[in-house]
Design a protein around this ligand. Structure first.
Ligand SMILES: [Fe+2]
Length: 578
């Protein structure tokens, strides 16, 4: 039984395929089209999924979209009739919904077959049900409290409940116009970061400031039991709409913040200099998000009495909040799958069909993120030769020892292995790695390759069994979705991936999750005594490299020292930094 999940006409379009209940492939469309957060119909992702499972289009039994145009219909109509702006937004939304309902024709067209020969049955899964499914159904828990929080999907911004076996019981939701995702995005825009997906920059900036504006931020968002309410003066999406546009492929959002934001916090930053005031606003925003989300979680625990938690939605990518769950709520185990954002809803929609429509029992745990494309040795070699990059093919022990030597020598290493990661984080298969002991490596990476704002942190990968030696908590974080304090006595040992506030957004690495990456960190530890590497994604600013050609191009274009492409090792013979 083959079920295809699709996220489309929404940020981070993606496809995922499950065969007899087992996830076989999952990927975001941006990795193929090279348009960040691409929202289009994910034709390339779908073709990749089918090729991976060696299936023809006629073998898809079901396909599921992570949107349900009929969900919350009453609410949509009321909103549409409210005023002229509402009607305009509604008209735009209606055209999107028509597109969603035409999905079967669009799917057939992309697969190059007539719609009549596509036997697959379509399903429309409400957005947050797909988010929750993307976490709970692939979690290791038989029973868990579940919570999804994001901007909006099908008019809803948060949903919670209990998952048990292959059943989900929805306990409640927060609907338009109230949204924690909109709250974070609006203040992100006010702070001068207008691009879709810029929220993580503000999360990094927050560590530099003091939360001086909590009184204002407690008016901007008010807690309300398990839910929350926005102070609507601070926003304009409820008047003008928050409809995403994507004329160029990448999504864009209109300004979401309203006049009260400038009244209470001063003029918006625009493209002016970043001042301490902005850091303090960012710190207040982050603190308020933490207060509200951690408060919701305490309520959820009280209502359910369950110690295991599954999180999903864009807000679940806020690893600073996630890292505080163990200290500030009674939850003891937390699962967030690597693509907690909209990209992951393709997985949730497919599993919703498998469990809810087809009634099948659980039988799959997503314990790694490597569900994307992989390219064989012949393709890697050909790509190196075509680019004229001198290289050596080495047995694994040599690859590991040469790479560990280069890292310990302070070189910048492009590390490209196996299947690409699903989700926004590079987790050791499409990564750029450096020595975490060298404080200057953050600046070196920025000057040579990443060109990021200086306030943004880089992340550490640590062997799972060594987590407690370096961090104040030891709960695993395999998908780099938890931030913990670095032990004070270890900050001097790993300064490069330690953030200004003494924390690290860590990835814990276990041998069975990624044997080669685990072995590389072990080899680095054998040389240096430190079981940690600094790990950033293999790209400059574009979507993470997918193909070997893209990786080689990045290697050639930037001042990266070493490229390890599968079993091929290439090193530039260049002098030191000018
Ligand atoms: Fe979402």
């Amino acid at each position: 039984m083959n079920v295809l999940g699709i996220n489309t006409y929404h940020g981070d379009a993606s496809a995922a395929l499950i065969v007899d209940g087992q996830l076989v492939a999952a990927v975001e469309e941006e990795r193929f089209t090279r348009l960040k957060h691409d929202t289009s119909f994910p034709h390339r992702s779908i073709r990749y999924c089918l090729e991976t499972a060696n299936l023809g289009p006629e073998e898809i039994d079901h396909f599921a979209l992570s949107r349900n145009p009929r969900a919350n219909l009453g609410r949509r109509v009321v909103h549409a009739l409210k005023d002229r702006a509402g009607r305009q937004v509604a008209a735009k939304r209606a055209s999107n919904l028509r597109k969603i309902l035409r999905a079967k024709a669009t799917l057939a067209e992309g697969l190059g077959i007539p719609e009549s020969s596509l036997g697959a049955k379509p399903h429309f899964v409400e957005h947050h049900v797909a988010h929750i499914g993307s976490s709970f159904y692939v979690s290791p828990f038989e029973r868990a409290a579940v919570l999804s929080i994001d901007g909006f999907g099908d008019m809803v911004s948060a949903m919670w409940g209990v998952g048990e076996g292959h059943h989900l019981e929805i306990g409640g939701e927060v609907t338009f116009p109230h949204s924690l995702g909109v709250f974070y995005t609006a203040v992100t825009q006010y702070l001068g970061f207008p691009k879709y997906g810029d929220e993580y920059k503000v999360m990094g900036l927050a560590s530099y400031g003091d939360p001086e504006h909590m009184d204002v931020f407690r008016r901007i968002v008010r807690s309300d039991g398990l839910g929350y309410e926005l102070g609507l003066d601070y926003f304009r999406h409820h008047v003008e709409g928050a409809a995403m546009t994507w004329d160029g492929g990448s999504p864009e959002l209109p300004p979401l913040w309203g006049p009260a934001m400038e009244r209470d916090l001063g003029p918006a930053r625009g493209d002016g200099p970043l001042e301490p005031h902005h850091q303090n606003v960012a710190a207040s925003l982050q603190r308020r998000l933490e207060e509200v989300v951690l408060g919701m979680l305490r309520q959820l625990h009280e209502r359910t009495g369950i110690d295991d938690l599954c999180l999903a939605g864009g807000v679940a990518l806020n690893c600073v909040v996630n890292g505080k769950i163990f200290d500030e709520t009674p939850f003891r185990r937390v699962y967030v799958q690597p693509a907690a954002y909209d990209g992951g809803t393709s997985v949730g929609a497919a599993y919703h069909v498998w469990h809810q429509v087809l009634g099948r029992p659980r039988g799959f745990v997503m314990d790694h993120a490597y569900w994307g494309p992989e390219f064989g040795a012949a393709r890697l070699k050909q790509a190196l030769e075509d680019a004229g990059v001198a290289h050596a093919e080495l047995p694994e022990p040599e690859i590991l020892s040469q790479t560990a030597d280069a890292l310990a020598d302070g070189k910048v290493v492009g590390w490209y292995q196996g299947r690409m990661e699903f989700g926004p984080r590079a987790l050791g298969n499409r990564s750029i790695l450096v020595d975490p002991r060298r404080a200057e490596m953050k600046d070196v990476l920025n000057a040579r390759i990443k060109h990021r704002e200086p306030f943004r942190p880089f992340a550490p990968s640590v062997l799972e069994h060594a987590t407690a030696r370096y961090f104040t908590r030891s709960e695993p974080s395999p998908f780099m979705l938890m931030t913990y304090p670095v032990r004070p006595d270890k900050v001097a040992q790993i300064p490069a991936p330690t953030h200004v506030d003494g924390t690290g957004r860590l990835q814990t690495v276990r041998r069975d999750q990624n044997p080669r990456y685990h072995a590389l960190i072990e080899a680095f530890e054998a040389r240096t005594g430190v079981p940690v590497l600094l790990n950033t994604s293999f790209n400059e600013n574009e979507p993470i490299c997918c193909t070997p050609e893209q990786a080689i191009d990045t290697f050639v274009r930037t001042r990266m020292d070493v490229l390890v492409l599968g079993d091929f090792y290439a090193e530039k013979r260049e002098g030191p930094d000018p």
